[in-house]
Design a protein around this ligand. Sequence first.
Ligand SMILES: C[S@@+](CC[C@H](N)C(=O)[O-])C[C@H]1O[C@@H](n2cnc3c(N)ncnc32)[C@H](O)[C@@H]1O
Length: 131
Amino acid sequence: MDVSGRALEIARDAADERGLRLRTAQADLESDLLPTLDELGGTGGWHAAVCTNFLHRPLLGALDGLLVPGGIALVLIATVDNLLHNARPGRPFLVERGELPELCTGLEPVSFEEGWFGQRHEARLVARRPR
Ligand SMILES: C[S@@+](CC[C@H](N)C(=O)[O-])C[C@H]1O[C@@H](n2cnc3c(N)ncnc32)[C@H](O)[C@@H]1O
């Protein structure tokens, strides 16, 4: 899911190159509700959700309602410490130190790391909806 048709095209091309099936959906995740799996033609709930380099705090707080019990979320976002060495992304797109697990309400952390990964300072969370 992405608001940009071009971004979705890049994702589909990357999947094609790897022989993977990928369905995309265009949505403004800051104003639209996150679609349920049923609305996208599937059934039940999501078994996994991945959100990388896109920060909209209410979206992260809604993930638990979309995942099946035991479903996994993987979230990766640069932190404010990233500004020490990189001008972008700007502050509105960065999480505070230690903030990410608190944003994913209703999910229990499986692993949480924060630190420099190459040139970027990132928060990386894997969390699970309790069964
Ligand atoms: C920094 S890029 C990250 C792309 C990809 N997730 C990754 O990690 O490589 C941010 C992405 O968020 C998308 N985006 C920005 N605002 C959005 C919105 N309101 N709803 C959905 N997607 C949005 C942009 O189009 C862009 O593809």
